[in-house]
Design a protein around this ligand. Structure first.
Ligand SMILES: Nc1ncnc2c1ncn2[C@@H]1O[C@H](COP(=O)(O)OP(=O)(O)OP(=O)(O)O)[C@@H](O)[C@H]1O
Ligand SMILES: [Mg+2]
Length: 326
């Protein structure tokens, strides 16, 4: 199966990049000052973050994914934050390396033993790239994604996001940059089941401080971009796995992040649906000017990557896409 990046005219950008992440419904109340859904708030975190992804890495993975927003939405004007609810200031498109990872190591202490999982990772992500991490189960892909996304911190080494040293930042500060500039997509979609596709995507915007007058057009635009313009009122259980994943993609891009991290986004899907997701990724890179970094076990989709990093036992055997093709 062969896909090629289809060139298409970029759609016009709304004003700016914003905060956002996988919010609990309580958090929505904090931001918008009006509760939209009552009675599910205590479960919202679980629904947003698949349980299997929610393990602790010792420095805030659970917090980061299920985090409440009181502090963050109160957070103010530093380089990573903007007052919630404020009008967004248009930022120029960033052209340097989006992410630079150097010498990253990550060890865990388990059962009195030290487990070295990442053993010196070097990588770069540039704007508008589709980059894949490939490797056997247990090789360290998710551990690295958590560090790239600021969900976890390395034991050693450095991670610069747009030239800012996020490896040295506090949980709180990393949370702010994450909400504003990074979107996450998970294997199991992580949608709120009681909300429609439209409401799931809108949730990101409510959290982000995105100008309210633009929510409707932005949600519609994102759902149309992923081919679900006619399914906006459907709830997740009324959709196929591929459709749910497309809602999750719309949700991840809604707040205009510059980086999307997708951990095995096609693993639950058959090959045809997986191909659809890859086509959607290609489209949103062109239309939204994001970079997508994803993990996969599927060798058939590597061909569409701009770059493939092959991970073996916590290290990259850096491999160009041509070298991986049969
Ligand atoms: N918080 C943790 N505490 C202890 N060990 C951990 C922790 N997180 C990850 N590990 C270990 O690190 C190794 C790499 O895990 P990781 O989830 O990054 O692999 P992966 O490449 O994503 O695998 P898969 O393809 O199955 O998702 C595994 O042996 C795992 O058990
Ligand atoms: Mg993994």
């Amino acid at each position: 199966m062969r896909w090629r990046l289809k060139k298409k005219e970029p759609t016009s950008h709304l004003d700016a990049q914003k905060v956002a992440e996988q919010p609990g419904v309580d958090s929505v109340t904090n931001v918008s000052q009006e509760p939209i859904v009552m009675g599910i708030s205590e479960h919202a975190d679980d629904m947003e973050r698949p349980q299997s992804d929610a393990r602790s890495t010792g420095s805030g993975v659970e917090m980061a994914l299920g985090e409440r927003t009181n502090q963050d939405e109160a957070a103010t004007n530093d380089s990573a934050g903007q007052p919630a609810g404020s009008q967004m200031v248009k930022e120029p498109e960033y052209e340097g390396p989006l992410l630079k990872v150097s010498g990253v190591e990550r060890s865990f202490q388990t059962g009195g033993r030290k487990l070295d999982v990442l053993k010196g990772i070097h990588m770069e992500l540039w704007p508008k790239q589709l980059v894949m991490l490939r490797g056997r189960s247990g090789s360290g892909k998710t551990t690295l994604m958590n560090i790239i996304g600021g969900l976890d911190q390395p034991s050693r080494g450095e991670v610069y996001f747009k030239e800012r040293p996020i490896h040295a930042w506090s949980d709180e500060k990393r949370t702010r940059i994450r909400r504003k500039e990074i979107g996450f997509i998970f294997q199991t979609y992580a949608l709120l089941p009681l909300l429609s596709a439209y409401e799931n995507v809108e949730l990101s915007l409510r959290m982000s401080g995105y100008p309210r007058s633009e929510w409707k057009s932005r949600v519609k635009h994102c759902l149309e971009l992923v081919g679900l313009g006619k399914r906006m009122d459907h709830r997740p259980f009324e959709m196929s796995g591929g459709e749910q994943q497309r809602v999750a993609i719309a949700k991840a891009i809604a707040h205009r992040p510059s980086l999307i991290l997708a951990d095995e986004p096609t693993a639950e899907l058959d090959s045809q649906m997986g191909a659809q997701i890859m086509a959607v990724f290609q489209d949103i890179i062109e239309a939204e000017h994001v970079t997508i970094c994803m993990t996969t076990h599927d060798p058939t989709i590597l061909e569409v990557a701009d770059h493939v990093y092959q991970m073996v036992d916590g290290r990259f055997t850096e491999t160009a896409i041509e070298d991986i093709q049969p």
